[in-house]
Design a protein around this ligand. Structure first.
Ligand code: SAH
Length: 212
């Protein structure tokens, strides 16, 4: 059984985590709150776990790498596509702090309620969960400093580029339904400058700019 401490120690010693705010967030947010009770002993196993409705909570290392890639600052306004369990949203909320805000969109109503329940336990007040097709963006709160897509997309959804601030960063797994490359992109003069962060496997993005 892997503990949270061991997982963080492994990340630090292998040099894959460098941002101390990201380390802090992983220490502060208990993953065990976000998983099914019958998986509780596996909370810090480095693999995804089923959360119901055919969806998963991502592997801890993936959550950590995406969080690092976002280069978050206190006060940032962040849009997430794919709330799932709410774990990734809680990690981000912990870093952006009281003056920042996370708007997390989820297309499955039951997962919105699950995530809401999980987040209530942590008393995090800077997360707003919205039941909608996040592939179309979320105009009401735009523009965003950072955008994170936690489902596999065929390409970076166009509306998200529009809702990202100049110099903002978007992180998204782009590819086919079986394998994706993590793209980290910075908006420069309205266009995205892309960087590739390696291969990943996510559940598919649905909706208008997803696979169906
Ligand atoms: N970030 C989550 C894991 C995401 S799994 C966590 O920390 O637990 C991907 C999620 O994206 C699933 O819950 C799925 O229902 C959701 N999803 C898929 N397409 C979507 C869309 N178009 N808009 C919003 N959510 C979507």
């Amino acid at each position: 059984m892997t503990s949270k401490k061991e997982l963080i120690k492994h990340w630090i010693s292998s040099g894959i985590i460098t941002d101390k705010n990201v380390v802090g967030a992983f220490k502060n947010v208990p993953r065990e709150i976000f998983i099914n009770e019958n998986n509780i002993h596996e909370a810090y196993g480095d693999y995804p776990l089923a959360i119901g409705m055919g969806q998963t909570i991502s592997q801890p290392t993936t959550v950590m790498m995406m969080t690092e890639a976002l280069e978050l600052n206190k006060g940032d306004k962040v849009l997430e596509i794919g709330t799932g369990s709410g774990y990734q949203a809680a990690i981000i909320a912990n870093i952006v702090g009281k003056k920042g805000k996370v708007i997390s969109t989820e297309i499955i109503a039951d997962l919105c309620s699950l995530a809401q329940k999980n987040i209530l336990k942590l008393k995090l007040k800077n997360i707003k969960i919205v039941h909608c097709d996040g592939s179309k963006g979320y105009k009401n709160e735009a523009p965003y400093d950072r955008i994170i897509v936690t489902a596999a997309c065929p390409k970076i959804p166009e509306p998200l580029v529009g809702e990202l601030k100049e110099n903002g960063i978007i992180v998204a797994p782009v590819g086919n339904m079986n394998e994706q490359i993590m793209i980290k992109a910075k908006k420069n003069k309205g266009k995205l400058i892309e960087e590739k962060l390696g291969h990943f496997m996510f559940v598919p993005l649905r909706g208008k700019h997803g696979y169906n």
